[in-house]
Write a protein that binds this ligand. Structure first.
Ligand code: PNS
Length: 169
C-alpha cells in the first residue's frame, strides 16, 4: 500500500500551540506529514518564511514522519509535487467554517482527488490565532502556555521596544 501523505498548510506567522497540538494529533494518522508554509509576497508577515521554517523545523523537524517545506502558488500543485491527496486543516469555531469550506471546495474543484480533513484542536486553543498572538504580545499580554518558548524569544526580538522598557508578561 502506498504511503498516506498529508499536507498541513498555513501561514504559521508565527506557529502557536494550537498548530502544534494539531500536528501532534494528526502525525500518528499518516505515514508522512508535510507542514507547508505559504510563501506569499503579497501578505505582510512578521516573520520571514525562512525564519518560520527554521522555528518549525526546530520544534517538529526531528519527529518521525514530519517534514517542513515552503510552497508558493496553488496548494494543489504543491500536493502533486509531494504526492499527497490529503489536506489537514484545524477548525476552531463556527467562524472558521465558511473560509475553510470555501478553500476545501475550491481545492476539490482544482483537483478532485484532494480531500480536506478538518481536525479540532484542544479546547484551550479554540480561540488562538497567530494574529492574536502578535497583538497580545505587542500590547504586553501574557502568552504563557499559548506559544512555544522559541516563538516567545523571537517575538521579543521582533516586537520588544528597543528602549528596554519593562513589560508585563
Ligand atoms: O494559515 P492560513 O493563512 O489560514 O493558511 C491559508 C493557506 C496557506 C492554506 C491558503 O491560503 C492556501 O492554500 N494558499 C495557497 C494558494 C491556493 O492554493 N489558493 C486556492 C485554494 S484556496
Amino acid at each position: 500500500m502506498s504511503d498516506r501523505i498529508a499536507v498541513y498548510p498555513g501561514s504559521f506567522d508565527p506557529i502557536h500551540n494550537g498548530h502544534l497540538d494539531l500536528i501532534e494529533r494528526c502525525r500518528p494518522l499518516y505515514d508522512r506529514l508535510v507542514i507547508a508554509v505559504l510563501r506569499n509576497e503579497a501578505k505582510r508577515a512578521l516573520f520571514s518564511v525562512d525564519e518560520r521554517l527554521e522555528i518549525i523545523r526546530d520544534l517538529v523537524g526531528k519527529d518521525r514522519g514530519c517534514e517542513v517545506e515552503s510552497f508558493s502558488g496553488l496548494l494543489v500543485d504543491f500536493m502533486d509535487q509531494v504526492g499527497a491527496r490529503i489536506v489537514v486543516r484545524g477548525l476552531r469555531a463556527v467562524t472558521d467554517f465558511e473560509y475553510e469550506f470555501q478553500m476545501a471546495m475550491m481545492n476539490r474543484r482544482l483537483n478532485p482527488r484532494v480531500e480536506t480533513v478538518f481536525m479540532a484542536p484542544k479546547e484551550e486553543y479554540n480561540y488562538l490565532s497567530s494574529s492574536l498572538v502578535k497583538e497580545v504580545f505587542s500590547l504586553g499580554g501574557d502568552l504563557t502556555g499559548l506559544v512555544p518558548d522559541p516563538v516567545l524569544a523571537r517575538l521579543r526580538r521582533h516586537l520588544e521596544p528597543r528602549s528596554g522598557r519593562s513589560r508585563r508578561r
